[in-house]
Design a protein around this ligand. Structure first.
Ligand SMILES: Cc1cc2nc3c(=O)[nH]c(=O)nc-3n(C[C@H](O)[C@H](O)[C@H](O)COP(=O)(O)OP(=O)(O)OC[C@H]3O[C@@H](n4cnc5c(N)ncnc54)[C@H](O)[C@@H]3O)c2cc1C
Length: 396
């Protein structure tokens, strides 16, 4: 068993903070180096199915997350114009009974804040180094050195790259991976619930699907906010960033002819708070680790968000990583165990998300109806996705 390891984490996003909690709880010493000058998270809603909630429960955050979230009654798939329901599967009590943890929808900023607080509660102040942009790492047989812009280098036993889709740590391990535009851009707006007509939408996870587009709407922050995400196929490539603002009029135009509920959401959203993120694809890498360095979260397995599992995978990664380091007596072997256990599952999520892109955007509505008739979406996800518990799954 490895003890007294000094582990350095690149990035204080949801993945880096969650990995820190797992590693600290397993008894390791952790430092997190974050490029931003201020801790925080941009974006709005995020969904946390039972596989992610097991991890937050383990951190002692389950109750807090439940209180800040909305537990949707069901996942509902609808047609874009008429609202015709093509399928639904139960969440809420059904999800809890099946998987022993709830399905939550929360504001990203709220989740990030409680994770950052938990890191400090577990390890004390001063382990998160802000304004520390990593420029490279150098690995030898007995340590890893991290170099920064404007700061002296530091050394540790292990480096974990949780530095997001454009990961420098991944690129140094695997070489620069090719980046390809997916053809999709994602709109994000929110609406305060009090602005919506009463009984506007039941507390469900609604997926609206139509030719070349789909949209998702659900409540967050204890029901105070409606989160809207609109995914559109477009040749207009823009920034891969949650802070890129776009004219509200373009959003309105993209969803012309869609259901009156979608029109109401767009009309009531704040016009100067309209964001659009272009989605890029990176090949799934299968050499995550070197002797002392590995990657997790989006750095390792960036995915389209169409199964709502990117952050959930990052949370699972951190637990499996800490279990692998705890059970092995050699760092390189532990990192191999970690990646061997994570690659098949995260690849399945990436492939499943790609498949949803095709399904949700079908041009032929009759085909869409048939595809939903022939596949139980809930059964499929409950079977392998939501049922996974990283704390108890057997490692191989
Ligand atoms: C539209 C959309 C909806 C989504 N919905 C869901 C959902 O419902 N459920 C879900 O589970 N997931 C969802 N996801 C995915 C989820 O947001 C991501 O998978 C998750 O946030 C990734 O976290 P991360 O910590 O790996 O990366 P990031 O959040 O990108 O964090 C990386 C961190 O590293 C820092 N960093 C980068 N480079 C350096 C450097 N050189 N030096 C130091 N620090 C550095 C960055 O500043 C950042 O803080 C969604 C994604 C999108 C786009």
């Amino acid at each position: 068993m490895l003890t007294n390891l000094d582990i350095m984490i690149a990035g204080a996003g949801l993945g880096g903070l969650a990995a820190a909690c797992s590693l600290i709880k397993a008894g390791f010493s952790v430092r997190i180096f974050e490029r931003a000058a201020k801790l925080g998270e941009v974006g709005a809603g995020i969904q946390l199915s039972a596989n992610a909630m097991h991890v937050l429960d383990y951190f002692g955050l389950g109750e807090q997350v439940n209180e800040l979230s909305v537990q949707p009654q069901a996942y509902v798939f609808r047609l874009y114009n008429t609202g015709e329901e093509l399928q639904r599967f139960a969440l809420a009590e059904t999800h809890f009974k099946m998987h022993r943890a709830p399905y939550n929808q929360i504001h990203r900023a709220d989740l990030h804040k409680i994770l950052a607080k938990r890191v400090t509660e577990l390890a004390g102040e001063g382990i998160i180094y802000l304004d520390h942009e990593i420029t490279s790492f150098h690995e030898s047989d007995d340590q890893v050195m991290l170099k920064f812009k404007g700061h002296a280098p530091v050394h540790g036993d292990v480096l974990i790259g949780a530095d997001g889709v454009k990961s420098l740590v991944r690129n140094q391990i695997c070489g620069e991976v090719p980046v390809k535009y997916t053809g999709d851009a994602v709109w994000r707006v929110t609406v305060p619930t009090k602005k919506l007509p009463s009984n506007f939408q039941a507390p469900v996870m609604a997926v609206w699907m139509g030719p070349e587009k789909h949209a998702v709407s659900y409540f967050i922050r204890n029901g105070e906010i409606l989160n809207f995400v609109g995914c559109v196929e477009t040749e207009e490539v823009s920034e891969e960033s949650w802070t890129a603002r776009f004219p509200w009029e373009n959003l309105k135009k993209d969803f012309e002819g869609w259901h009156s509920d979608i029109q109401a959401i767009i009309d009531l959203s704040e016009r100067d708070q309209c964001y659009r993120w272009s989605l890029f694809k990176r090949p799934v890498v299968d050499n995550w680790s070197t002797q002392r360095v590995s990657i997790l979260g989006d750095a390792a397995h960036a995915t389209l968000p169409y199964l709502a599992q990117g952050a959930a995978m990052a949370l699972e990664d951190g637990v499996i990583l800490s279990r692998a380091l705890s059970q092995e007596s050699n760092i390189e072997r532990a990192l191999k165990v970690y990646s061997r256990n994570r690659i098949p599952r995260t690849r399945k999520v990436v492939n499943g998300s790609d498949a949803n892109r095709e399904l949700f955007h079908l041009r032929d509505i009759e085909e869409m109806r048939n595809r939903f008739k022939n596949r139980d979406q809930g059964g499929y996800r409950n079977d392998w996705l939501y049922s996974y518990n990283p704390l108890s799954v057997e490692l191989f």
